[in-house]
Design a binder for this molecule. Structure first.
Ligand code: GLN
Length: 308
């Protein structure tokens, strides 16, 4: 791989200097009040190769709210638990709509387009609520196994803040219930979903957890038991649906399966080679990290390590 000849530590510093010109553009998410309490100008990145080499830059060890990146882990857990039955309740098509849109769900009779928009993630949370003995503890256990770090936790304040103000998500949950696509109470599903979104991890921890998708085979992980074919499909979903109505743009510019969150994080993988996580809280209008998108575009352009 040409990659070996590159000085990645230097490359990350160089990219950070280049994207600094976009610093100050965009806004931190404030619709979840507790998220707006962070310094919006943090910036960190971790590039974690499967061969064991790892490169970090900036605030790569500081934990942040992973928000919608949690949807990938929750979907993986549900897929591992109930297999293809999952796709009877959630689709696998890009939505072309904002992550919290209600309209499509109404005219498509309560079946969310994919598990990475909010409606889909609520159905996934409902499935985990029905199938896991303790869906709160078991999801954290999954994160602990993937990272080897048992201090990863929910931020209860962020979860409570979203519970108090998440009216669009509440609308989605009740609409899903009206179509019989939630089996538990909307309130319980929302609480679990908000907790999953409130998990805090650093770039280094996220990149390590994403080795699951980069390796496409599971090592020493009890929950859930995923096949390599299932992991491949999760990567396909990240590529086509990971960035909501900006998924095409991300595939076009970056060329990796990945997932963003409104906490400003993006995690992505080059299957067979590496995973990467970047964090910068200022978002564009679609809810994706501005510096994060530019960083990954430069990373894959300069290293020539994208799937295309
Ligand atoms: N918790 C957030 C929400 O439901 C997650 C959204 C995101 O990260 N895109 O609105």
């Amino acid at each position: 791989m040409a990659a070996k000849t590159l000085d990645y530590q230097k490359l990350l510093a160089h990219i950070a200097a280049e994207v600094a010109r976009y610093q100050g553009q965009g806004q931190q998410a404030s619709y979840i009040p507790e998220l707006a309490n962070r310094d919006p100008d943090k910036y960190g990145i971790t590039l974690d190769f499967l061969d064991g080499s790892r490169y970090c830059f900036g605030d790569s060890e500081e934990r942040f709210s992973i928000q919608s990146i949690s949807k990938v882990f929750a979907t993986a857990a549900a897929f591992g638990l109930i297999g293809d039955q999952l796709w009877e309740r959630v689709g696998v098509e890009p939505s072309g709509n904002p992550f919290n849109s209600l309209v499509q769900l109404e005219y498509e009779a309560g079946k969310p387009r994919n598990p990475f928009i909010n409606a889909g993630a609520l159905v996934v949370a409902d499935i985990l609520l029905s199938h896991l003995r303790d869906p709160y503890a078991e999801m954290l256990g999954f994160m602990h196994e993937l990272t080897g770090n048992s201090t990863i936790a929910y931020n209860k304040k962020v979860a409570a803040s979203e519970f108090a103000t998440g009216f669009r998500n509440a609308s989605l949950a009740f609409l899903l219930k009206s179509f019989d696509n939630l089996h538990n109470s909307p309130r319980d599903v929302l609480d679990l979903y908000f907790h999953y979104c409130s998990i805090e991890m650093s770039c280094t921890e996220l990149a390590r957890a994403f080795h699951l998708f980069a390796r496409r085979n599971q090592l020493n992980c009890q929950i859930p038991d995923l096949t390599s074919s299932q992991l491949k499909r999760l990567n396909a979903l990240m590529l086509t649906c990971g960035f909501y109505d900006e998924s095409g743009e991300f595939a076009f510019k970056v060329g990796l399966p990945g997932k963003s969150g409104v906490g400003g994080g993006i995690a992505a993988v080059y299957p067979g080679f590496y995973s990467v996580a970047v964090w910068s809280p200022r978002l564009n209008a679609k809810g994706n990290s501005i510096l994060g998108m530019h960083t990954l575009e430069l990373l894959t352009s300069k290293s020539k390590l994208s799937i295309f």
